[in-house]
Ligand binder design. Structure first.
Ligand code: NAP
Length: 500
């Protein structure tokens, strides 16, 4: 920390010419700089193989800030803190130069030996880089050292363990910041506040009053040019193992005794440990997989997954997953948590719907239909907010009720200032706050849950693929998953904040 209480740090970005660095990291650092969270005592070293001068690198940082944010006030001052080192991370000799460069910048900007190593590169390099950082002395500093790692953290439990062992030779668990950018999203962070800062929700937050929970994270895009990666991943590994399981844990955990990262994590871990693990044939009763075929959206013909670049024409990879998760503990026994996520769907949206149980006896009716259950909807993206669906008396009618919605839309108040997920996560990391990063225990538990399903899926070809059209709502089997329990997916588009 410097005198103003802001952290000082030398940030090394491995993969600084890549997509993530340009689209997310540089604009987020710029916003922190603009807000004064980054003072003069910082420097950024970009690392990648292609040869660039410092000036060329600074120009690319300027371009990415302007493209992402449409503004560039004080940009020259900002980019003057950026340096470039051309370096193949598999080449041992090059780390020595990097070390000398880091030491010089540390002194020049009076950073006090605080270092953040951000690995914005393909995961196969993570272990090598971590080992070199230690063996070549880059982690030998008098300040803090922190390692930020992008997803995917391993491909399954086995590979995640191997990777973890490699990085733990150079960094302690407290020094590892595993990014799950969903945990940086404003409304995901809000789940805890909604639950634990409102006396009206927590008493109802259990199997006596909640009938089911639905979490949807849908995308309209296909795999684009990520076909090669996606073929080895699929929706289960790409979305469920991390983002979806994290949201489940936040929704279902017990109140932590304090808001520290250890206490929150320990409650989240208990949820993951209580997840019912379906085996073999039972998996069909809990999980649905899908793969998109061709479709037409707004007059444009879209290819099926198997026609995408670098995708096997007979691919068995799922681009959609729906699941019914059961948490076998006292609070949640009997309450299904339905999740669904997929590509090439009708709408881009992430929402959580908490459906409360019906009241014991209906005294009022809505014209033509049953009274609606109460819903609490948490809008994660693109709209951010909360909506509470209630029933109230219809004006002028005798005993008729009508649905009313109480809405809070984040965008209406401070949407323009809503920090981007990466901005918050970078800021947290500089302050040493690991609350919104995933701990190894969570990673290991969620992999062991997901491995159980993917092992079966990989060994059984899904004959129905492709089983949903591009631009549709997903496979029919996902609807049936809820129908057999007497529920249905709440139509996502009708729940949008601006429709309320
Ligand atoms: P990318 O565009 O392919 O960038 C890869 C970077 O690594 C480039 O800067 C490349 O630069 C560098 N690189 C490759 N091999 C290297 C080597 N041997 N030595 C040194 N540098 C090397 O990838 P990305 O999309 O930015 O993704 C980076 C990581 O973030 C991945 O783990 C990805 O899964 C994760 N991620 C990305 C996003 C996203 O929005 N892009 C979102 C979530 C997670 P040179 O070619 O110049 O070496």
């Amino acid at each position: 920390m410097n005198k103003s209480g802001n952290p000082t740090s030398l940030i090394m970005i491995f993969g600084a010419t890549g997509d993530l660095a340009k689209r997310k990291l540089f604009p987020s650092l710029y916003r922190l700089f603009e807000k004064g969270s980054l003072t003069d005592q910082f420097a950024v070293v970009g690392v990648a193989r292609r040869p660039l001068t410092n000036e060329e690198f600074q120009t690319s940082v300027k371009d990415s800030v302007l493209t992402a944010l449409g503004k560039d006030a004080n940009i020259d001052e900002f980019v003057s803190h950026f340096y470039y080192h051309s370096h193949d991370v598999t080449d041992s000799s090059s780390y020595v130069t990097l070390k000398t460069m880091a030491a010089g910048l540390d002194e020049k900007y009076n950073i006090g030996g605080n270092r953040i190593f951000y690995l914005a590169m393909a995961p196969e390099f993570f272990g090598t880089i971590a080992l070199h950082l230690k063996s070549d002395g880059l982690t030998d500093v008098k300040g803090f050292k922190r390692l930020v790692i992008e997803k995917p953290f391993g491909h399954d439990l086995e590979s995640a363990k191997e990777l973890n062992e490699q990085i733990r030779t150079a960094f302690s668990e407290e020094e590892v910041y595993r990014i799950d950018h969903y945990l940086g999203k404003e409304m995901v962070r809000n789940i805890e506040v909604i639950r634990f800062a409102n006396a009206i929700f927590e008493p109802l937050w259990n199997n006596r009053y909640i009938s089911n929970i639905q979490i949807t994270s849908s995308e309209t895009l296909g795999v684009e040019e990520r076909g090669r990666y996606y073929e080895t991943s699929g929706a289960l590994r790409d979305m469920v193992q991390n983002h979806m399981m994290q949201m489940v844990a936040l929704l279902a955990m017990e109140p932590p005794i304090r808001l520290t990262d250890e206490e929150i994590r320990s409650e989240k871990v208990k949820v993951l440990r209580a997840l019912r693990m379906p085996e073999g044939e039972q998996i069909k009763d809990y999980f649905v997989r899908g793969q998109y075929g061709k479709g037409t959206v707004n007059g444009e013909e879209l290819p099926g997954y198997r026609e995408e670049q670098m995708v096997n024409p007979e691919s068995n990879t799922e681009t959609y997953v729906a699941a019914k998760l059961m948490i076998d503990n006292f609070r949640w026994a009997g309450v299904p948590i339905y999740i669904r996520t997929g590509k090439r769907l009708t709408t881009k949206s992430t929402k959580i719907v908490i459906q409360f149980k019906d009241i014991p006896m209906n005294l009022y009716y809505q014209t033509d239909k049953e009274l609606n259950p109460n819903l609490l909807v948490i809008h994660i993206q693109p709209d951010e907010g909360i909506t509470l669906h209630l029933n109230a008396k219809k004006a002028g009618q005798h005993l008729d009720a009508t649905e009313v919605k109480l809405s809070y839309a984040n965008s209406g108040i401070n949407g323009m200032n809503t920090p981007e997920a990466y901005e918050k996560l970078l800021d947290d990391c500089m302050h040493g706050d690991a609350t919104n990063f995933t701990h190894w225990d969570e990673v290991a538990l969620s992999w062991s849950f997901v491995d159980n399903i993917s092992e079966v899926w990989e060994n059984t070809k899904e004959e129905s693929y492709p089983n949903y059209e591009a631009g549709s709502k997903g496979p029919k089997a996902a609807d049936e998953l809820l129908e057999k329990d007497g529920f249905f997916w709440w139509p996502i588009m009708e729940l949008d904040v601006d429709k309320c």
